[in-house]
Design a binder for this molecule. Sequence first.
Ligand SMILES: [Zn+2]
Length: 334
Amino acid sequence: MHGNRIPNIVLGIDLGGTQIKMGLVDHAGDIHSFRSVPTESAKGSRHLLDKLQQACVEMDREARERGFLPVGVGIGTAGFVDTDGRVAYATDNLPGWTGTKLRAEVESATGLPAAVLNDVHALALGEGWRGAAASLKLRDFVCVTLGTGIGGCLIADGNVVRGQDGYAGGFGHQIVMQEGGIPCSCGLSGCWETYASVNALKRLIAERSGTRFASEFPAAAAGGTLEESAPAADPRRLFDAARSGDRQALAIVDEYADRVSVGFVNLIHMLNPRDFVIGGAISAQGGFLLDRINAEIKRRIMPVYGSGGIRLHAAELGDKAGVVGAAYALLRQN
Ligand SMILES: [Zn+2]
């Protein structure tokens, strides 16, 4: 930094099915402003693009008021993003989003260069730049997000391994059950995420314990109507009970850890990694859960793959990882 030069800033955006998170990220990965707004995806892609443009205008103004010069926009979005920054496919979580030329739209709306990438790829870059993988100085790791679904990203020598079209990392859709597998949102059956996502955990809790670990009115508590509220399994209640030694809760946690371990074992046999960074809602359970998953992994893997040690690290940036990583992608692109 010399003299009176205005410091650069990137508008970082993490676009998910329910929330759009955004922040001003500087060249070192520090966040100077962070907030989120509802995605309102049901209103369609035109509305969503307008909303993104509005967010960029507001962030641009805020950045200048704070004495920064906006130099670009980084966006991590749910869905499959091709190498031109186009959303090649998005599920019904973002209706109409498939086919959106997101990078071109944002660049023409803001006049700034944009980087667009998959949201889990962004999360992994964020954790690599300023999160768990940065703390450990890892250049190579596998990122897995255990959330509504399961996402993934392979980082090699600090870079996202994108594959020929940009879609590498669909770890949640590895098939772990060939006969009578549970139908998956992707159209196949028996995918890992139908057994090991947070949604799968909720189903397991309900199957094993009925309403014992249920929240009474979850939708109402989250701002929904009473009508759509019914007692629903609440993983936090399960983990709280398990931590206090409840035997039934511990048994369910162990069964879940076992189901989760299967996908990791496949990844380990394919990639022979040492380090995993675990993101998504479940990463808040930290070592209590990750140690159990790791124990199941060790029980299953071919011993030769375990000799160097397998490490599971909880993500550290929480809901800010995608914003930080999207900004990093923009900076790396320029
Ligand atoms: Zn699937």
